[in-house]
Design a binder for this molecule. Structure first.
Ligand code: SF4
Length: 467
């Protein structure tokens, strides 16, 4: 393989698991490979390169990876039988954590690379074509990978993601991120603003800032001083054409006064915040090494709601962390009742190898974990339904993002991130328009345009499948 722009088009297939940061990283890997001739392909069959961008958060991540690698071994052999080659790369958090196991169990893998080394992909592809074994890059290099990545190439559409921070120093007992993504690192302000301007020029109206600990952001500002997330959001809000801002994922410990003030001052900052709490029991929060109490969380929520009264909250919960008693779990239920969440993600605890909680005593019995998760999810579902129903009759701006599922429909997002559907022209896409909500569904809303001489009919549709 060569590294000239005259290289003929080669087909690149990327399978992405996990969070939006992985989706963003996959797009950047495609960007970095484009100059050496790789263009996106829809399927792995017949591809010249396949990248599996993995996630270590969910259960059985490693097993899923190896069964996928088994299938790809056959695709690689078929490609070779046709006289071609398929470069097979494993990226992401599983690659970072289990690089040696991957090359031992799947020697047909050509490249293993961790999340901090994506800018080295073209060089690794060249090395892989010469090497006898796999090329492995799982260091946490001192240099900023963002300095070495090309400008984001592919327009993302009306809504776009922008990574501003990576890694985590918090070491929660159950989480692999600090081991797979390394220490907290923030992109300098200038690079973030430049990328945001490019996204807006390419059609983005809403930008979501991404980071494993996004509100721990402390990027270097143009004057050489560190900026927090609040200040960064204020600068982004000045970009003409950037109508909406969001950020995820936050940690309660890093919600500072300036960030709360940004929620009060910036109309572009949407009134919806994902703020993981994990548990309502101080005992469990301490065992989780979260660095905050339930009361701290409630105080932050109160202050945020004072600053932005229409703010709705989403959170993450773990049921059955080692040591959690029935009484601890009841405290989680109490916290949920006290806050009232518009949306939430809840999981039963499952051990991640190498994390402190995995080897902790007092693991909770599966049946108890199941029962607690069911009770928690029933309460959270009730709250989500109530929140969706509370929007019926309200009129608020919807940002239209694409066609709906049925002919004649357009789809968009409410300020609270709910999907909204109505019958209307595709020319609405990319614009914000006021919509009156007429019906709430489990995961979406439907309504009609509030402005104009001829409002569009309501056409509630079936619930879309969850993402
Ligand atoms: S703060 Fe979040 S990313 Fe960091 S260790 Fe805890 S759960 Fe993982």
């Amino acid at each position: 393989m060569t590294s000239t722009t005259a290289t003929p088009r080669k087909r690149l297939f990327i399978r992405t698991w996990g969070c939006q940061m992985n989706v963003y990283d996959s797009a950047r890997m495609a960007d970095v490979l484009a100059p050496i001739g790789y263009a996106p392909a829809e399927t792995p069959e017949g591809a010249d390169m396949v990248i599996l961008n993995t996630c270590h958060i969910r259960e059985k991540a490693t097993e899923k990876l190896f069964s996928e690698l088994g299938r790809l071994r056959e695709a690689k052999q078929a490609r070779r039988a046709e006289g071609g080659e398929m470069v097979l790369a494993v990226a992401g958090c599983v690659a970072q954590a289990e690089g040696a196991e991957i090359t031992a169990r799947a020697p047909w893998v050509d490249i293993v690379l961790g999340p901090q080394t994506y800018h080295k992909l073209p060089e690794m592809v060249a090395r892989a074509s010469r090497a006898a074994g796999a090329v492995i890059e799982t260091d946490f290099p001192a240099e900023d990978k963002f300095d070495h990545l090309p400008d984001a190439a592919a327009p993302q559409g009306v809504t776009a993601f922008l990574t501003v921070q990576e890694g985590c120093d918090k070491f929660c007992s159950f989480c692999v991120v600090p081991y797979t993504r390394g220490a907290e690192f923030s992109r300098p302000v200038a690079g973030v603003l430049a990328e945001a301007r490019r996204l807006v020029a390419a059609g983005a109206r809403e930008v979501t800032l991404l980071g494993q600990n996004v509100n721990a952001y402390h990027g270097e500002g143009p004057e050489g001083r560190s900026w927090g997330l609040g200040r960064l959001l204020r600068a982004l809000a000045e970009i003409p054409g950037l109508a909406r801002l969001r950020y995820t994922t936050s940690h309660p410990r890093d919600v500072d006064d300036d960030l709360i003030a940004a929620h009060r001052d910036l109309p572009q900052l949407m009134p919806f915040l994902h703020l993981p709490v994990q548990s309502g029991s101080d005992r469990v929060l301490q065992a989780m090494n979260r660095g905050h109490t339930a009361a701290d969380f409630l105080r932050i929520v109160d202050r945020l709601r004072e600053a932005r009264p229409d703010l709705a909250l989403s959170s993450d919960f773990i049921a059955g962390h080692p040591g959690e008693t029935a009484a601890d779990f009841e405290q989680t239920m109490d916290l949920v009742r006290r806050v009232g969440f518009a949306q939430a993600f809840s999981f039963k605890y499952s051990a991640r190898p190498g994390t402190p909680a995995a080897g902790a005593p007092f693991q909770v019995a599966e049946a108890d974990k199941d029962a607690r998760l069911q009770a928690l999810q029933a309460l959270l579902r009730e709250q989500q339904d109530a929140f969706n129903r509370s929007r019926v009759g309200m009129t608020f701006p919807v940002l239209f993002t694409g066609p709906g599922r049925h002919p004649g429909q357009v789809a968009g997002r409410s300020p609270w991130l709910q999907p909204v559907h109505l019958t209307g022209p595709l020319s609405l896409i990319g614009t914000e328009a006021p919509v009156t909500v007429l019906a709430a569904h489990p995961n979406s809303l439907s309504g009609l345009l509030a402005a104009g001489d001829a409002p569009y009919d309501v056409q509630p549709e079936e619930e879309p499948a969850p993402a």
